[in-house]
Write a protein that binds this ligand. Sequence first.
Ligand code: BGC
Length: 472
Amino acid sequence: MADTNDIQTFIKPYLVPEGSEELNRSLQAMAASFAVTDDKISEIIKGLHKSMKTGLDHDDPDALPMIPTYVNGRPTGKETGTFLALDLGGTNLRVCQVTLKGDTTYSLVQQKFTITQEAKESRLWDFIAECVGVFLEEHDLRPAPGKRTIPCGYTFSFPIYQTGIASGNLSMWNKSFTVPNSVGRDVVNLTQSAFQRHHVPVEVVAVLNDTVGTLMTSGYSHPDTQMGIIFGTGTNAAYWENLENIGKWTGPDRKGEMVVNLEWGAFDNATEVLPYTAHDNKLNRKSSNHGLQVFEKMISGLFLGEVARNAILSLVDQRLIFAGRSSEILNKSYTFDTAYMSEIVADASPDLANVKVVLEGTLDIPPTTLIDRKVVQHVCNMIGTRGVRLSAAAMSAVLLARPELLTSTVSVGIDGSMYQFYPNFERNLYSVSRVFLGEDFVDNRLKLHLAKDGSGVGAAIVAMTVDRDRNR
Ligand code: BGC
């Protein structure tokens, strides 16, 4: 097995023997800059632990947010009923009617609405109300007899500081959202007011982060679930923590457990630990949330393609690929979709035919040589490998923070486009984690599960518990 603590392991596979010396020198330097050795991962895990501990103790702009979520009851899998759920992601808004069947299974009817640019920039709350209105009408849903509203769980995939199970103030936008007059305000209030304006008879009874939804959904089917993760447009995780370890929790109960939303995308905003390259810095400088979510910018789907585009353009500028020519499309930010990276990395044909289609057909680059295509595939691989190694580092850090859990089986619920579609993502998560969590644990007790549609289903599970407690 390759020695993943030796930097050469991260360089050698990316050399192109038939390419020029100059090209290989540049590739070597690039591969070294994207390499994350085992020692570096250990340092990152240490940094994550320090930041988690500080964040649990008090709010600190340089530490992880570690947000208490007010979710304190594990699902049993026996919950039943039909609930409405809203799931606001980075790309889509999904409105779902979820039926929990009480036998660890569920079914759902859902409608997906692509969030328009206009909604991302200005009229998000009205857009949400309109979509929910359409869903209620198309599925002929109305409040139960004697009730004025339909209770609903609301998954919100942006950082909110929760002040209760159904309230939370937006700490900032990310994923290119910039809706004005929202930061610092209660997102449930903002949504509820839009429902009123649009005469939508729905009441949000619980608001939760998408990672919390994923954790709850996975827990519904696998009661040994300790952690929920999103590796998608953005990235983040939530886990069960002992209340006595959450120093900043000021609620009445100090016993038992509560789900904590890490907001791990914010790790290392002080830029002390992660291995930044010039391509990351360029992306960060030009982004709407400059200096924030720097960890997320190295591993999530919204950003990986842009890091790759920056790296590819740097080779074009050195006239090392594409005969020094780019295209109008490739010159524009965020045109190199992370989905193209997946296609490029997966291309095993001898002449890299799919890479050719993406470069020449989709991105309009002038005719490429096989060397050009190999180089682009290598660049994508370097950045994808770094992404999955950092993802495994973060997952391992969270599991290692509760070592008492690692003696029995541990399930982790995961959702998101990187996990589902990036080639070998899950396999690599397992193999990188083995180094840090131990072979015995990873091979025999760690179970990673796709919690498909987890954020919507999880919202329904939490809404159900709130509704049940209210009607007691
Ligand atoms: C957000 C998190 C969210 C994650 C995954 C991040 O950009 O800050 O709240 O959980 O994306 O969707």
